[in-house]
Every structure is written in C-alpha cells, then in structure tokens.
Design a protein around this ligand. Structure first.
Ligand code: NAG
Ligand code: NAG
Ligand code: NAG
Ligand code: NAG
Ligand code: NAG
Ligand code: NAG
Ligand code: NAG
Ligand code: NAG
Ligand code: NAG
Ligand code: NAG
Ligand code: NAG
Ligand code: NAG
Length: 804
C-alpha cells in the first residue's frame, strides 16, 4: 500500500553521527536506539505511541491532520485531539482504531461550557525551537507537552493503556473527558456508556467501521482515574456530553442519544491536589472486543496499582529482551545506522496484535491475533525476519491464522479490528504458513502448531472457491480451470480486477504449498503444486515489449479464457504511464495489475528466477532489463512489489550489483527523520525490508534460503530462543559504510561457515541459523564478485532442481 504525501525532513531526536573504532560491547538497551517517530509524516503512517511487542493496546496521540491513519502526525502545525487506546501502524485505508480518546482541560469556564467536541477542544502542542512538536517517544512510552500546559504521558500493557496527565500549577478545576464515539472516522453507531458518580469509572462501547473493508466491529472500554501522590476522591462534578454540550448529573447516554451524533462521552471535574502537590491524574483505560466488563477485568488484572513508572519500565524491558536478540557490532558505524536498524526492527513487532481472549466471533483455546493489514505487504520479508529471532511469536500468529481458517473457511488476508478486509492480491497467508513450516516443521509439534491443520488451511485457499474472494481466499475455480486468472471470467464474488498480479501471487502461494507438501511426504501434492507454481508462464506474452524499448521484450499480460492475450501497456501504473493511471483497489482502470506496473510484476517469480531468466532471454538480457528498471525509474521503492528486485542480480551471478543497488536504496530512501520511510510502513513491511538490507540479507519466503550480501555492521548476530543458539555473521575487513551508498569495501568475495569454505557467496541455508554458526565474509571493494564456482553456488530455483 502506498499513499503520496508531502515531503518533510526534520530530524527528530537523531544525535550527531559519531563513529567508534573499538570493537563494541553487546547492546543491552537497544530501546535507546529506537526512534519511534521515523515515518510519522510523509505518508509513513507509523504509530509512535506506547505498545508492548504485538500489544493490543496501542496508546497514542491523535491529531487533526489528514493522513493520520495511525493517529499521529509529527508536523507541529496539527492539533492534538485526544489520546486513544488502540491503533494500527503504517496502514492505508481509512483512519484505523483511534478509539476511546481521553482529554484533559486545565480550567474551562464552567462544567456546562467545557468545549468537549473534537473541533472545540483540540489544541496545538508546544513547539520546540527547531519547529518540531515537544513530543518524545521510546519503546513502551510516549509523552507530549500541550500548549495548555498539560503534560501527557502514555504507557501500556497488552490490553490496557495507562495515561498520566500533569496539570500546570494553578489548575483549580482539572477536568477529564472520556470520548466514547470518536474513532477518527466518525463512524460510530449504537453507543452505550455508563459512569459511576462516586468512583468516576466509565464503561462504554460502540460499533465502528473497519478501516479497509465493508465490515464493522464493536469495541469496549473501561476507564478509571487515580491521583498520583494524592487521593483523587470522588469527582466534584460529573456528567455526559453531546458535542459541545455537557449535561451535569447524567450518568448514561439514554437521554442524549436521539439520533446520529458522533460525539458522546463523559466529563468529570476533580478537586486539584492539595497545596504543594502537583495535580497529576492517572487514567487507566482497559479495552476489549468482548464486553466492557472484560475491559474492566483486563485493566484490573494488568495494572492493579496505577504504577506508571513500573508499567513503563516493564514494557521497555520486554522490548529490550526482544530487540536484543539481534545484536550489531557498532564499531566503525554511525549512531544513525544503529538507530536505523533498531527502529526498523522495532516496527516489525507492533502488529499483528495479540488479541488472545478478545475474539468476539468464536471461543477457542488457540491464540487469536488480529491486524494482519495486509499479508500482501508482510509476506515478502517480515515473517522471514521474525523466523530468525522470534519463533514462538511466529508460531502463535500461525496458530491464530489456522484457527481463523477453521472457523471462517479461509486464511485471513487483510483482517483488521476483527473484520475481514479487502484482499490486495493472492492468498498471501500461504507463503507465511509456508515460511513457518519450512523452517520449523521439526519444532511445530512442540510449538503446538498442528501440521495437519496447517496443511488443511493451505488447501482451503488453494482449492475452495470462497463466497467473496475480495475478502478471503482466491478465485479458486478460475485458477483450477485455466491455470491463470482469465481477464474475462466474471464468476460470483469479488471484483474483476488484478488478474495478472493475482495469477503471479497464486503461483507463489502454490509454491509455498508444494514446499509444505514435500516436507509432509505428500509427494503427489508436492508435484501438483510445484506444477501450479509454474503457472506464471501462462501469463507471459513473449511478444510484448516496452514502447520505445524493443529490447525489453516479453511481459506478464492479461489473458482471456480462450487463451488469447489482452494488452496492458507495460508502463501502466508507473511514473511513465502515458495515461497517468492508478492501480489501487479503487482504480478506474482495471488493467490486471495491482499497485505496480507490468514491468515490475514481470519480475515477480521469487521461486523460479532461473525460469524467468530464460523467459527474458538469458542472463545478459535479464540483467539489462534489471538495469532498465532502475535507470528508467520503474523500480518503486515506495511499494511492496518492487521489494525483491534489487537482489535479483544474484541469480545472474552478479551479487555485487545487488549489494550496490541495496546500499543505494538505503542511502537514498531510508533515514532516521520523521519522513525517513518511503511509502506506508504497513505493519513494518518497510521496516523488515530495510532491516534485511542492513543485515546484508534478503529472504526467499517459504524456502530454507536467505540471499546474502554484506551487513552494514562489522558483525551481526541472531539469538534464536527455540534453538537456544546464536549465529553470527562477521564481515571481515569491514571499514564502514560509504555515506552515499556507492562503492566501499562492502562486496562479498568469499564465505566460510565455521571455518569451512561455504558452497555459495550468494545465499545461506537455514541450517546455518539453527546450529549457531559463525559465518565469516571476506569483503572487497571490487563489485565484480560472483556467487562462487561450484554447481551449488547460484541460489536455487524451482526449474533447476528446486529447493532442498
Ligand atoms: C506542516 O503542515 C502544514 C499544513 O499542511 C504545511 O503547510 C507545512 O509545510 C508542513 N510542515 C512541514 C515542515 O512539512
Ligand atoms: C488547530 O486548531 C486551531 C483551533 O481550532 C485551528 O485554527 C487550526 O487551523 C488547527 N490547525 C490545523 C493544522 O488544522
Ligand atoms: C515536557 O515538559 C517536561 C517538563 O515539564 C520536560 O521534562 C519534558 O522533557 C518535556 N517534553 C516532553 C516531550 O515530555
Ligand atoms: C485556572 O483558574 C484559576 C482561577 O481563575 C487561575 O488562578 C489559574 O491561573 C488558572 N490556571 C491555569 C493553568 O490556567
Ligand atoms: C464464548 O463463551 C462464553 C462463555 O461460555 C459465551 O458467553 C459466549 O457467548 C461465547 N462466545 C461465542 C462467540 O460463542
Ligand atoms: C503447548 O501446549 C502445551 C499444553 O497446552 C503448553 O503447556 C505449552 O506451553 C504450549 N507451548 C507453547 C510454545 O505454546
Ligand atoms: C508471438 O509472435 C509469434 C511470431 O509472430 C507468434 O507465432 C506467436 O503466436 C506470438 N505469441 C503470442 C502469445 O502472441
Ligand atoms: C477471445 O476472447 C476475447 C474476450 O472475450 C475476445 O475479444 C476475442 O475475440 C476472443 N478471441 C478468439 C480468437 O476467440
Ligand atoms: C482489455 O484491456 C483493455 C485495456 O486495459 C480493457 O479496457 C478491456 O476491458 C479489456 N478487455 C476485456 C474483455 O477485459
Ligand atoms: C542455552 O544455551 C546456554 C549456553 O549457550 C546454556 O547455558 C543454557 O543452559 C541453555 N538453555 C537451555 C534452556 O537449554
Ligand atoms: C575500522 O575501520 C578502519 C579503517 O577505516 C580499520 O582500520 C579498522 O580495522 C576497522 N575496525 C574494525 C574493528 O573493523
Ligand atoms: C560517494 O562517496 C565516495 C567516497 O566518499 C566518492 O568517492 C564517490 O565519488 C561518491 N559517489 C557518488 C556517486 O557520489
């Protein structure tokens, strides 16, 4: 997903580069290198608030900016509108999960005239001398100083947000708002709320619109208040509000709710702290998708004592343990590089979110994860990073996906807020399950992943036509009958779009299934799905070339049921599209491709690049085409389909060119500023992509191989808690990273594993990461390196013997 937005390059919190020259000690506080504001403007849509790894509660500031899908905007001209409890990160669609905002007033003139609506209450943040807002964030913690003089701090547990509002001296009537209905989209219906006049507890709920689909969901909250350093006591005034009209003494919405007005909630006045004690009010907001009673239970269980500092410290400790599993040697690199890496890694652990115990749709003893938004974005790299250092979490996500298939028939694709959302391409849960099983089949039972259920779930996607393949599954009947998705087949369900990109993704999905079948000893199935994985050949039209460039000949193209091809201009949906057409989900021109040009999609065969090279006329012409893609700006760093292209030179035995391309992309498109991500981060999809580049690797999902380049550090290591082993990749001779991304002693000349020469300089097998190996790279400044001389030196492809 991508969204274009204005460019902004103010650096938030990045310290001046300093370069060390001694070998570094282990990083014990990686959280100190995380800059959560990276990507919070310029369309990155990153959530910078407080969350645990994969927490359901994501407590953060909401602003009145356009394009604040994750609530926040780092541009100080925008006002704060509230501090809400859920959120997604990096997504497109509509504003997502900005539910149950809290707000504080210093001194309104009187209760009945407090400006409770969003439009009336919103205020600017304090602005620092450099023009940035006075906001701070680090893993598990967020704070802001509002122009009203109120300081807001946020932290969280899995299902509960804890807020700390410090009022300015002289506040005589601190007041708190609990907004039940505003979700950022103003989509609520059926609001319910009750407040307790003696305790100020608010319980509430409403139904809201999902962000990227037709579904709706109901969310619940339970908010309690406490004083810090003083007894808060019962509120001195209480009531409900409708827009800008507080009604004192009301304890529920029944008399207010006389139609569709989307601004309802509770307002309290508290006595300030005694003279000499600052007025600090804590607000604890439990959330649930089951009931407000459960929201209260969650809050009471997770944060019994309102101890803000210990909740925040516990969250940070959890983050440090997780992030610290990947260690980088800081010798000869800038602080910015360390920040870039740990911030990217951090962003890959915000979603999917652990909603276990919060699934309103069925009861199950399996984990329940939500916010897969979308697998189309994350299947490419994110889970292959998770596989390296967070296998237990990965297994829980896989179990949750399988459980969803058991109850809804198909694997989730773009699920969010408990609702099915729009599918962007294929059934991309398949390569995610494939990735897990190919790497962890031997540990699956111990991780409580049922191999049978996993396989059944994959087969459902592959074989069964869903009622609406816009929301789940595939256009399976068409796929089975034609071995491609014909452009003129209007069967029930779904929208008649993106037939070519879906064909390519279905083929990759079937490859993932064949990999799983092979491990399960199902030889016939393995052969059948490997055959179907070759269906990309069926949409290859050898006669179509790029207008004006006849040498770039042969293109993935839409095809009719009768076997003849339709024509889509290869430049369609690129910067050179003469029609300037778009290819988003709501695009007017539905020419067979989703969010990328035919030129980009004509490279998408991760499982059989060898065959693709044949189709494209051999190594030389393949490499010319890759160069053409970069030189003519068809490579689109802002969108996921381009992600794997830079590393494709590996397959033509030119890994030095891949290294060079990848390093230029980091230098040109990723940095630690608030606009430091190209395009939407989409649940950390861009985070995973850049983290892999910085680690000197790129994944081939659902295989045991990682493509290899050189890390941006003299050494990187991976601790895997399931294997209880640490694998280290050491870049011998590392001298640092050329700032402009060009040249340097960064090219991999040879590789040893545990002291023995390795079969390839271009990839590492998964075994390297299970055994706790020492991988040593010899670097050179000569980009003309190769994968090695042996028969096994090139990365595998399906048509040249397949994947072991
Ligand atoms: C912040 O947003 C305002 C209003 O949209 C815009 O005019 C301004 O250029 C933005 N500031 C920066 C630094 O991008
Ligand atoms: C911030 O709020 C003020 C007061 O409502 C308003 O005048 C201003 O336009 C808002 N800023 C933006 C960027 O919308
Ligand atoms: C807000 O103000 C407090 C002092 O009241 C200061 O300690 C803090 O650094 C400021 N900034 C943020 C983002 O909290
Ligand atoms: C709040 O109101 C009181 C009484 O009018 C006043 O003395 C005080 O300065 C106000 N405080 C703030 C922070 O505005
Ligand atoms: C789950 O179980 C609880 C307790 O038995 C029951 O109240 C609830 O309705 C069940 N939920 C669903 C979706 O079946
Ligand atoms: C697997 O399930 C067993 C039995 O319920 C449980 O004891 C164990 O902790 C689970 N393991 C994992 C990794 O979830
Ligand atoms: C491509 O052109 C050749 C030669 O004209 C022709 O035989 C072949 O059928 C064409 N293929 C397609 C898919 O149009
Ligand atoms: C094939 O189908 C397309 C679309 O229905 C049609 O326009 C075309 O004429 C057909 N070609 C042949 C050879 O039947
Ligand atoms: C063939 O492609 C053109 C151009 O994209 C499109 O307008 C037309 O609808 C397609 N034909 C069919 C039958 O889908
Ligand atoms: C993990 O390995 C370390 C040594 O590397 C060992 O001390 C520790 O006991 C092992 N832990 C488990 C649970 O096996
Ligand atoms: C750091 O780089 C310098 C050259 O720039 C090199 O001499 C030195 O060995 C490097 N240090 C390490 C620990 O790699
Ligand atoms: C990149 O930087 C290196 C060394 O700083 C310099 O030699 C080279 O010319 C630069 N290349 C480009 C393309 O700017």
């Amino acid at each position: 997903m991508k969204i274009f937005y204005l460019l902004l390059s103010v650096v938030l919190g990045a310290s001046a580069p300093s370069v060390q020259s001694q070998s570094s000690a282990p990083i014990t506080d990686p959280a100190s290198f995380v800059l959560p504001f990276i990507g919070t403007t310029n369309g990155g849509h990153v959530f910078p608030g407080a969350t645990l790894p994969h927490g359901m509660a994501k407590v953060g500031m909401d602003t009145d900016s356009p394009g604040n899908q994750a609530g926040y905007d780092a541009n100080a001209t925008f006002n704060a509108t509230g501090f809400s409890q859920l959120h997604d990160t990096g997504t497109g669609g509509s504003i997502s999960l900005s539910n149950f905002k809290l707000w504080a007033f210093v001194n309104c003139t009187d209760f009945a005239h407090c400006p409770t609506s969003i439009a009336s209450r919103k205020v600017l943040r304090n602005v620092l001398p450099d023009g940035s807002p006075d906001d701070f964030a680090s893993p598990g913690y967020f704070s802001s100083n509002l122009s009203t003089g109120i300081r807001v701090e946020l932290t969280s547990t899995r299902r509960t947000g804890l807020h700390r509002y410090t009022f300015p001296p002289g506040t005589v009537e601190p007041r708190m708002v609990v907004d039940i209905t505003d979700d950022g989209q103003m989509s609520s219906t059926f609001p319910v709320m009750t407040l307790d006049p003696s305790t100020a507890r608010v319980t509430g709920q409403a139904e809201f619109a999902a962000s990227f689909g037709p579904g709706r969901y109901t969310a619940y909250t339970c908010v309690d208040f406490a004083g810090q350093g003083f007894e808060l006591g019962a509120p001195t005034e209480y009531g409900t509000f409708l827009a800008d009209f507080p009604v004192q003494g009301q304890t529920d919405l029944n008399q207010l709710y006389f139609g569709f007005i989307d601004q309802l909630g509770a307002l309290f006045t508290f006595a300030p702290a005694p003279e000499g004690t600052p007025t600090v009010i804590l607000a604890r907001a439990g959330v649930s998708f089951i009931s407000s009673e459960q929201a209260c239970e969650n809050a009471e269980e997770e944060i019994p004592d309102f101890d803000f500092d210990s909740v925040s410290a516990a969250s940070r400790a959890t983050w440090n343990e997780l992030l610290g599993r990947i260690q980088v040697d800081t010798t000869n690199v800038t602080t910015e590089m360390i920040q870039l890496f740990y911030s990217a890694l951090y962003r890959t652990h915000i979603s999917p979110a652990d909603y276990t115990g919060e699934n309103p749709k069925w009861n199950s003893t399996e984990p329940y994860y939500d916010s897969y938004y979308c697998n189309w974005d994350t299947f490419r790299a994110l889970y292959s990073l998770t596989a390296l250092h967070d296998p237990v979490r990965f297994s829980e996500i896989v179990r949750a996906m399988i459980d969803i298939q058991k109850h809804e028939g198909w694997l989730p694709e773009c699920r969010g807020a408990t609702a099915q959302q729009f599918i962007q391409g294929g059934s991309n849960g398949d390569p995610i399950l494939g990735e897990f099983f190919v790497k962890y089949s031997e540990q699956a039972a111990a991780l409580n992943v049922s191999a049978d259920d996993l396989y059944t779930a994959l087969l459902a996607d592959a074989e069964l036509q869903p009622p609406n393949w816009n929301l789940q599954g595939r256009q399976a009947n068409a796929w089975k009958e034609f071995n491609y998705v014909p452009q003129d087949m209007f069967d029930a369900g779904g929208a008649n779009t993106k037939q070519v990109s879906r064909t390519l993704e279905y083929a990759f999905g079937d490859f993932a299934i064949s990999q799983v079948a092979k491990i399960l000893g199902k030889a016939d199935d393995a052969a059948k799905y490997a055959q179907r994985a070759e269906n990309f050949n069926n949409v290859w039209n050898p006669n179509v070339s790029v207008p004006g460039t006849p040498s770039v000949l042969g293109m993935m193209q839409p095809r009719f049921k009768n076997g003849t091809f339709n024509f889509t201009d290869p430049r369609h949906c690129s910067v050179h599209d003469p029609e300037m057409a778009t290819c988003f989900l709501n695009a007017a021109d539905r020419d067979g491709f989703y969010e990328a040009s035919p030129i980009v999609y004509s490279q998408f065969v991760p499982h059989d690049t060898a065959r693709l090279i044949e189709l494209q006329g051999g190594n030389e012409s393949f490499v010319n085409r890759l160069d053409f893609i970069f030189n003519e700006s068809y490579f689109d760093v802002t969108d996921e389909p381009s992600m794997q292209i830079p590393f494709m030179y590996h397959y033509a035995n030119l890994p030095g060119i891949s290294t060079q391309r990848a390093r230029l992309i980091i230098a040109e498109s990723f940095n630690t500023s608030i606009s430091g991500i190209p395009g939407n981060d989409v649940l950390g999809a861009m985070g995973a992509y850049s983290a892999f580049y910085l680690l000197g690797m790129y994944p081939v999902p659902a295989t045991r191989q990682y493509l290899l380049s050189s890390p941006f550090f003299s050494s990187v290591s991976f601790f895997n808690p399931v294997f209880n082993s640490t694998t280290t990749i050491k870049a011998n001779g590392f001298e640092g990273n050329p700032a402009n991304g060009t040249g340097g002693k960064v090219f991999v000349e040879s590789v040893t594993v545990n002291g023995e020469p390795y079969k390839s300089n271009c990839f590492l097998d998964w075994d390297v990461f299970t055994n706790g190996s020492l991988v040593e790279l010899t670097l050179t400044d000569n980009p003309n390196v190769s994968c090695g001389a042996g028969a096994e030196a090139l990365p595998p492809s399906l048509s040249t013997g397949g994947f072991s």
